[in-house]
Each structure stands twice: as structure tokens, then as C-alpha cells.
Design a protein around this ligand. Structure first.
Ligand SMILES: [Zn+2]
Length: 829
């Protein structure tokens, strides 16, 4: 027996050397979970069959667990040599069989494996999630993405449990010494980070759809929510598999496709054939359209990884951004073309993409692509630049080459590299060949340079009427990127009568910019909307004549994506001090009065709320919140937008009639009732009896967390102290939607004077949580960021960010937060 020292991170060089030396034939992994009903021990025996191209050479296998025995080609290995999660393998033969037995006892904090006990019924559940290098915590393996091999799992578990893995089990049999053994057939050749074993007394729903056996699993205590949403999840799964199978030119090759909702897991993970989801993503109240659309995007994102990520895998973690950006782009694409969520591109622009712009305009901006010297740095640069800007940049690439070349390129990419590993150039090469276009400049311009270009539409003073110039500049002063974009020209309808002004499209002009000035001929119109359709990633400004029309006509533009483009341009101008908060609010509220597309009404409500609450001088906040509340109350009368509007009303309510409406509507909707209590508490009307009563009638097993949010909203120092304790010391609030809710309740910008010291407390707290795992850091730092602060806070935050000991991920987040707060403080003056 040997005790593990802290595991060392694999470097890119070490991985390259091992990939050169070895070829892994297969993994046969036996896992025994029977002890986990009562205790923490995850017991495994991993048999690795592999070739060595240089017999006699040495290498090492990864195992970040307690190793109990190990043999190589039948001879015992010296367990005393196990160091930093690596077991040396000396004197390799050409054909090798390695057998390692190990125990992982650290299964209570979610590092690759989590054993949890449901607080409501005390049932035990176990899940695994290995990206980027967690497989070595579960069993011995060569834990790097480019040593792929079939995995065969044999899992023993307590009798009442169900086990899910990458394939459907061949057999489930009782064991003589207790429990049952689940035997799974060989997977296709997979990277070590996309295999999975989950177990527990899951509730299971299974249906045969479109030639696939689709499974959904969740904890018993959440079954009512899964059953409510099962029809939608199954429909989306069927639609997605059919769409991707056809567009990518290769159907998903396995009958089984499972999705397992598990507790306390941030996000979702694309394990081959067995996606795991954080069950915080199962809404506990009737979901709004935006919540359902978000679930659809996650579902399609993870599914796209079955091809891009699992079938064809990045050779090393420096292409992780591409893996994620591609999956998100593909999810939007599938959503628009194969599901009911046809405005997903507009939703993306009005939400996530704006956060990409926000990060890219801050001093934290960095190129999308970065070196990843070892696995520990795989996620170091992960932020809205890699995710949101990365997705937008891929969309620009596909806009540049067109749909047909894009599909043809992707088909040949998946065909040529199936079950293998690639680098970015393989993808760009395939697209380039299909399009007949050299794309080498594209890669350097978009991926290796930071910052956002600005494109301004100018009248051409010397030119003919209609002749205009697009002036493109880049933030680094270098040659701007080439942009393929669309300009939509619109005019007020001539025969518009009373009521809403009608707007008609005059023309759509596609342009590809070159250098700083590009001529473009545009027809006569009231509004030229630059980057209509949101094809490129750039800050855009229309000409002066069009600006007023853009803000005023935005509500009446025919397409959701065009309205989102107009509002987003307004938001960018507000961020840069070119538009006042009042002007922006007029525009977005004008849109919200009449907006029909469910996909953008919620992001727009969120922008209106931010403008009114955060970007307005404190003295104007109550009046502006009332304006938002009035629009929300009116829209709440419409069935399609009722839930979204009521949620906004709950965040903004000021008048007795608002609260009366909320009280009526919240009777059978705990979510809304909680949000109303948060609002009441923030106004100094905390009602502990109402909290107790709601706790008693809310069926959500995790409802206690909602009470923390209500208490956190109270405008007193004691309340803030108590909430801070719950979040940072007790860790009583799970990541995801619950933490977001507590953060919003805590950081009410209107409580500015009260909150100023807490912005300082946040800076102190950062130092304390530096060393923790990625999940804790990211969710706490991002979610609990201050929404208001003293005038000198941004400068102090920058100083903290630039200290040598500050972790890169913390540094980037802090620089972005400081930059945004600078802009907010300026807008409030
Ligand atoms: Zn992903």
C-alpha cells in the first residue's frame, strides 16, 4: 500500500513523449461501489493493454489514488515508487499488460467523483466527471486526450442502485457476496476524460425515439420535475441527433443515449453516450421560455460534443477553447434549424455575446488562443472571451465561407479524423478546402489578437448619393481584421397610419471589409443597421442620421436578430459613455412594450433591469424601476410572456398594485413567491413568518437555500454579514442558479452606502480562496462580484489583480469587474 503525494500536472511535452512511445489497445476497468452506500471508498482495478514502440523504454501511468497492488506483464511493480500521482513503468515490452488496483477515499468534495446524500430522503448517489484529468483519480490510466482506447466497464453496486455508463449494459446479475454486477460492452476508442460511471437509486425514464434508446435519470426527490420536462427533453434529443447526424454526415453510431441529472455538479459534461447534467438545471418552478431555451442549448451543446470532442478529439488542451466554442456555435445552429427555439442567435447576442464584448473591452482582454503548458492551465484562460467571443468568431468564419462549404468541410473533417485526434489547423484546412479559400490569415487575425474592432458607417463626402464608407479600426492600431457583415436598410412605411409606426426593409447588403476603409453602396433609407444579423464580432456605429432612427424604430424592426442588433449597439454605446442610461432605457423599454419573440424578451428585461438598477444614479433608481415594473405588469397579462414578465415585476415592484398582482399570481408558483419575498426584504419588509410558510409548501428539496436569499436582501449590515458567512464560510449555497439568486439579493445596487464595505470584503476574500479547485473559484468569484462600490474601488481591485501571487483566472475576472464598475460609476454621474 502506498499513500499518494499531491498529483503533478501532466505537461504538454510529457504527453507528446508518451503519445510518441505508446499505443493503448484497451482498458478493462472493474469498479466496486458497494462500499459507497455507507462510506467513501471508490475501489477499482484497471487493466491496461498497450504497445510500446521502443521495447526497453520507460514511462509512467497516472494514478492519483491509493494504489493497493500493481503488476506489469505479471511482475509486481514497486509501489514505493509511486510519486505525485505517477507510477513509473520501467522496462516496457512491445506488448504490455498493466494491472493496477486502487482506492479513492476522497469522494466527498466533487474532485472527479462525488458521493452525495440527498438531504430529503437520505438516498446516496455517486457520479464521476473527469475533464480535464480526473480519470486518474478513479483508476490508473494514461490520462491525456490523444491516447484513446476502448473501455470496458464492469461495475459492482448495491442491489437497489442503477449504474449508467457510456454504453447500455450487456447484463446485470446478482453477486454471491452481495450487490449486483453491471457488465458494459466495449466503448468505441475514447479519450480518458469522456468515460463515466454514475450510480445510485435513480429514477429512470426511457423511450425509443428515432432509432435510439433515450434515457433520462434523476434523484428520486426530483422526479416530479424530470417527469414534467421529460417530453420536451426527449423531443429535443431526438431532433438534435437527427440534425447533427445529417449535417455532420455521420449518424450517432450507438443506440443508447442517456442524460443523467446529478447533484452538486457545476454545468454539464459530454461523456460519450451518457451526458451528465447538474440537476440544479432542472427548474423547480414552471420554467420560463428563456429557462427552457437554456436547457435546450445545454442539451444540444453536449450532444454536439459527441462528434466534436468525443468522436474527433483535440490533441491537447490548447484547443479546448475550440472544443467549447464549436459546441456552443453548433447548439445555436441546431436550435434554429431543428427545434422550436428559432431565435437562439438573437438570444445569444442579447445575453452571452454582450458579456463577451464586455470582457474584450476590459484590460483583461486576451487572444482567444493561448499556450497550455500543462493540464493545470487548461482552464486558466476560460472566460467569456473563449466561450462567447469564440462562438461569435466561429460564426463569422462560417458566414465568410457560407453554409454549404461549412457543411461540406465539417463532413470531411469528421470522416477523415473519426476516432482520432486533431489540431485547429485540421478543421480550418477542411473548411478552407471545401470553400476553395485560403484561411491562414483568418486564424492569425481572429485567434491570436486581442480586442474588438470598431466599424463605423460614414457618409462619403466626395461620393455619389448612396455611396458610403465603412471605417474599420482595431484596438491595437494594427491592420483591422476582415469582416463579413450585413447592413440592413429600413424605412418608415409611407402609408403608416395611427398607432405603431410600421418599418419595412428596403435592402440587405452583404459586405466584406478590407483594411480601414471599405466603400459600400446603400439605398436611401431612414436606418442603416450595421452588422444586422450579427454575422461578425465588432463594435458597430451607424451614421449620425440613422442613430435616432435606430433607437426609435428598434421595436418595429421585422426580425428578432435585428432588434437584438439595435439594442446591443445601444448597450455598447452606453458602456462607452456615448449614450446616457436614460436614452438606452427609453429604447429598450420601447422594444419591451411590443416585443413578440420569447427568445429575446427575457434578455431585454434583464438589460432594462440592469440599466434602471445598476447604471442609474441612486436617486433615479426607484423611479426607473417603476417604469420597468409598469411594462412588466402590462406584459404579464399575455400568456406567452407571463412568467418572464412576472419575474421581472418581482425584481422591480414598487407600488401596492404590483405586489397585489404578484401575490395573486404566486399562489401556486414558489419561484415567484420567493422572488417577491426577496424584493420585499430588500425594501425593509422582511417577513420571517412568510418565509416559514413558503418553506413548508415548496416541494423543492433544496428550498432552504431560497430562504438564504430572502434574508440576504435585507438592508442591514447584520443581514449582509450573515449571508456572507453562509456563502463563503459555511458554503451553504450550491453553485449555479441558487448562488446567483443569493448574489442578486445581496448586491442590490440601490443599497449602495450599505454595500460599499462589502466590495472591500470581496477583495480580501479573493486572497483566501485562491488555492481552491476551479469550480469553487469560478462560481464564487464570478457570481458574488460587486455590482456597486466606492469610486476608488476599481483602482484598488486592479492593484490586487496585478499582484504577482494572484491566480490568472482571478486576475482576469477582477480586471473585468473593475472595468465594468468604472463604466457604471461614470454612467451614474
Ligand atoms: Zn462543452
Amino acid at each position: 500500500m502506498a499513500s499518494p503525494a499531491p498529483a503533478r500536472s501532466l505537461t504538454q511535452d510529457e504527453a507528446g513523449e508518451r503519445a510518441r512511445l505508446l499505443e493503448v489497445g484497451r482498458y478493462d476497468v472493474e469498479v466496486d461501489l458497494r462500499g459507497m452506500l455507507e462510506g467513501p471508498d471508490w475501489v477499482a482495478t484497471s487493466t491496461v493493454t498497450f504497445r510500446c514502440h521502443e521495447p526497453g523504454a520507460s514511462t509512467f501511468v497516472d494514478c492519483d489514488a491509493e494504489v493497493t497492488s500493481a503488476t506489469l506483464n505479471g511482475a509486481d511493480l514497486d509501489l514505493g515508487t509511486l510519486d505525485e500521482g505517477r507510477l513509473p513503468l520501467p522496462g516496457l515490452a512491445e506488448h504490455n499488460v498493466l494491472v493496477v488496483s486502487s482506492v479513492q477515499r476522497d469522494t466527498g468534495r466533487g474532485a472527479a467523483i462525488l458521493r452525495t446524500v440527498d438531504p430529503s430522503d437520505k438516498l446516496v448517489y455517486v457520479w464521476s466527471s473527469f475533464e480535464p484529468d480526473g480519470a486518474r483519480r478513479a483508476w490508473a490510466c494514461f490520462d491525456q486526450p490523444d491516447l484513446k482506447a476502448p473501455h470496458r466497464f464492469t461495475v459492482s453496486a448495491p442491489t437497489d442502485w442503477k449504474v449508467t455508463s457510456n454504453t447500455a449494459p450487456d447484463s446485470v446479475e446478482d453477486r454471491e457476496d452481495g450487490g449486483r454486477v453491471w457488465s458494459f460492452p466495449d466503448t468505441p476508442p475514447l479519450s480518458t476524460y469522456v468515460v463515466v460511471v454514475n450510480a445510485g437509486p435513480f429514477h429512470e425514464i426511457r423511450e425509443q425515439r428515432g432509432g435510439h434508446s433515450l434515457g433520462l435519470y434523476c434523484r428520486q426527490s426530483l422526479r416530479r420535475y424530470l417527469e414534467r420536462d421529460a417530453a420536451e427533453l426527449l423531443r429535443l434529443t431526438e431532433q438534435g441527433l437527427a440534425f447533427f447526424g445529417e449535417r455532420f454526415g455521420s449518424p450517432f453510431p450507438q443506440e443508447r443515449y442517456d442524460q443523467v441529472f446529478v447533484p452538486n455538479m457545476g454545468g454539464a459534461m459530454e461523456n460519450w453516450g451518457c451526458v451528465t447534467w447538474s440537476d440544479a438545471m432542472l427548474p423547480r418552478s414552471r420554467p420560463t421560455f428563456a429557462e427552457r431555451e437554456y436547457v435546450a442549448m445545454v442539451l444540444l451543446h453536449e450532444m454536439a460534443h459527441m462528434w466534436f470532442g468525443d468522436l474527433v478529439t483535440m490533441r491537447w488542451w490548447d484547443d479546448l477553447w475550440l472544443n467549447e466554442a464549436f459546441a456552443s456555435w453548433a447548439a445555436t445552429w441546431a436550435s434554429e434549424n431543428a427545434t422550436d427555439y428559432t431565435d437562439a442567435d438573437a438570444t445569444f447576442l442579447a445575453g452571452l455575446e454582450l458579456r463577451g464584448y464586455q470582457a474584450d473591452m476590459s484590460p483583461a482582454s486576451h487572444p482567444i488562443r493561448a499556450d497550455v503548458p500543462d493540464v493545470a492551465h487548461a482552464f486558466a484562460n476560460f472566460d467569456q472571451i473563449t466561450y462567447a467571443k469564440g462562438q461569435a468568431v466561429l460564426r463569422q468564419l462560417f458566414a465568410l465561407v457560407g453554409d454549404e462549404a461549412c457543411v461540406e468541410g465539417l463532413r470531411s473533417y469528421f470522416r477523415d479524423h473519426a476516432w482520432g485526434n486533431t489540431v485547429l489547423d485540421d478543421l480550418v484546412g477542411a473548411i478552407s478546402a471545401a470553400a476553395g479559400r485560403d484561411l491562414s490569415g483568418w486564424t492569425a487575425a481572429w485567434l491570436d489578437r486581442a480586442g474588438t474592432d470598431t466599424i463605423v458607417l460614414l457618409p462619403d463626402p466626395g461620393g455619389l448619393p448612396g455611396s458610403r464608407t465603412l471605417l474599420t479600426t482595431s484596438p491595437d492600431g494594427e491592420e483591422p481584421r476582415r469582416h463579413h457583415l450585413r447592413i440592413g436598410s429600413y424605412r418608415r412605411a409611407r402609408d403608416a397610419g395611427a398607432g405603431d409606426p410600421a418599418v419595412e426593409a428596403v435592402a440587405t447588403t452583404e459586405v466584406e471589409t478590407t483594411g480601414t476603409t471599405t466603400s459600400v453602396d446603400l439605398p436611401e433609407a431612414d436606418l442603416h443597421l450595421v452588422n444586422d444579423g450579427d454575422l461578425t464580432f465588432a463594435a458597430v456605429r451607424t451614421d449620425e442620421d440613422s442613430l435616432e432612427a435606430m433607437l426609435g424604430l428598434a421595436p418595429y424592426l421585422p426580425d428578432a436578430i435585428s432588434r437584438a442588433a439595435a439594442v446591443s449597439t445601444g448597450w455598447d454605446m452606453l458602456s462607452k459613455g456615448e449614450l446616457s442610461t436614460g436614452e438606452f432605457l427609453d429604447c429598450v423599454l420601447g422594444v419591451l412594450e411590443v416585443e413578440r419573440a420569447a427568445g429575446i424578451i427575457e434578455p431585454f428585461f434583464a438589460l432594462a433591469l440592469q440599466a434602471a438598477e445598476r447604471w442609474s444614479p441612486t436617486a433615479l433608481v426607484p423611479r426607473r424601476l417603476t417604469r420597468v415594473a409598469e411594462v412588466a405588469a402590462r406584459r404579464a397579462a399575455e400568456t406567452d410572456h407571463r412568467t418572464a414578465a412576472l419575474r421581472t415585476l418581482a425584481a422591480t415592484a414598487t407600488r401596492p398594485e404590483h405586489f397585489a398582482l404578484l401575490a395573486r399570481e404566486a399562489e401556486d408558483e414558489p419561484d415567484l413567491a420567493w422572488a417577491t419575498l426577496v424584493r420585499q426584504a430588500s425594501l425593509g419588509r422582511y417577513d420571517p413568518e412568510a418565509v416559514e410558510a413558503l418553506l413548508a409548501r415548496d416541494p423543492d428539496p433544496e428550498a432552504a437555500v431560497r430562504a438564504i436569499a430572502v434574508a440576504a436582501a435585507r438592508p442591514t449590515t447584520e443581514a449582509k454579514e450573515e449571508a456572507w458567512q453562509r456563502v463563503f464560510e459555511d458554503r451553504a449555497v450550491p453553485a449555479g442558479p441558487p448562488l446567483g439568486e443569493v448574489a442578486r439579493a445581496f448586491w442590490r445596487p440601490v443599497q449602495h452606502d450599505l454595500l460599499v464595505p462589502w466590495a472591500d470584503r470581496y477583495l480580501e476574500q479573493l486572497a483566501a480562496i485562491q488555492g481552491e479547485g476551479m469550480l469553487g473559484k469560478l462560481s464564487l468569484i464570478l457570481t458574488m462580484q460587486p455590482t456597486t462600490c466606492a469610486d476608488d474601488w476599481p483602482e484598488r481591485a486592479r492593484e490586487t489583480a496585478l499582484l504577482e501571487q494572484t491566480d490568472p483566472m482571478v486576475r482576469n475576472t477582477l480586471l473585468t469587474v473593475a472595468d465594468t464598475l468604472d463604466r457604471v460609476l461614470r454612467a451614474r454621474r
